[in-house]
Design a protein around this ligand. Structure first.
Ligand code: SAH
Length: 271
């Protein structure tokens, strides 16, 4: 092994009596890593979140037990401690356990708690990276999250505290930095207070904002606006899928692509 410090338990396949945290990516199954596909194909048990698409689940071995551990249809979600207990219990029975999480397991996925539980139980554990929603959204938008001389800092933030409100301990000065690109996870419900705080901290109302719903999926939807208008725009739309909000100058649409999308929409087709 070329590096130290990792528990190389899978080599791509889910090992027996171990846990593998696998990133399912943002939705498009083609964005799974080869390592993720191998882990899904060799799993005995797969515990999966709501955000995992059916196309991704299609890669799970037909013999594997599938356990849904997210909330859907108003049913309460499984508690994090119950998910950890379930994963560990199966691994201790000698099963190959895959914990499949939307996007990348290490981004707003509470992977730390599952890693800690595995460590405490003496269960070997490995993490397989996935493509986080922000990267999927940027690829769909064909807009780089960083831009030379314009957007020098990239920050990921959750706009959802334990009680569902906007966390009051966010660093709003950093979030209002005009040379940063801010990717907001879990942010649709708290968009109004977030925008208000950003404006109070000096971010210009003309700053571009993009909301990408179901990034990389067939039903992906993109809403473009500015900091000044996005709250009113978002209020008129019913979002059903997960949404990623990206704020910053890097989201300014290039003139050429504005023409191209105008053409695509038939806006310039006068005849
Ligand atoms: N680990 C995940 C994030 C989990 S938090 C990742 O790396 O992407 C859940 C939030 O992620 C959602 O509320 C939404 O803000 C974002 N998200 C996940 N999948 C998404 C998708 N396909 N499109 C847009 N946003 C998504």
């Amino acid at each position: 092994m070329a590096h130290t410090g990792s528990t190389d338990v899978s080599g791509g396949c889910a090992p027996r009596g171990a846990l593998v945290l696998v990133g399912a990516g943002p939705g498009d199954p083609d964005l799974l890593t080869l390592k993720a596909v191998k882990a899904l194909a060799s799993a005995d048990v797969v515990l999966y979140d709501d955000l995992v698409s059916d196309g991704v689940l299609a890669f799970v071995s037909a013999e594997a037990e599938r356990i849904h551990v997210g909330k859907r249809g108003g049913r309460p979600s499984a508690r994090q401690s119950e998910i950890c207990d379930l994963a560990i219990a199966h691994a201790l029975q000698g099963k190959r356990v895959v914990r499949l999480k939307g996007g990348d397991p290490m981004v707003f996925g509470r992977a730390d708690e599952e890693l800690q539980a595995a460590e405490a139980a003496g269960v070997p554990v490995e993490v397989v990276s996935g493509i986080t929603a922000a990267f999927g959204a940027a690829a769909s938008l064909q807009l780089s999250l960083t831009k030379r001389g314009v957007s020098r800092r990239l920050q990921f933030v959750t706009a959802h505290a334990r009680d569902g409100a906007l966390p009051d301990d966010l660093d709003f000065r950093a979030l209002a930095d005009s040379s940063a690109t801010t990717c907001v996870y879990m942010g649709v419900k708290t968009l109004p207070p977030l925008v208000q705080a950003l404006r109070e901290h000096g971010l210009a109302s003309q700053t571009p904002v993009v909301i990408v719903e179901n990034a990389t999926c067939a039903d992906e939807r993109i809403v473009r606006g500015t900091l000044g208008e996005i709250v009113a725009q978002a209020a008129s739309i019913r979002f059903d899928g997960p949404c990623l909000i990206i704020i910053g100058e890097a989201m300014r649409v290039r003139a050429a692509s504005a023409v191209a999308s105008g053409l695509a929409a038939g806006l310039l087709a006068a005849e």
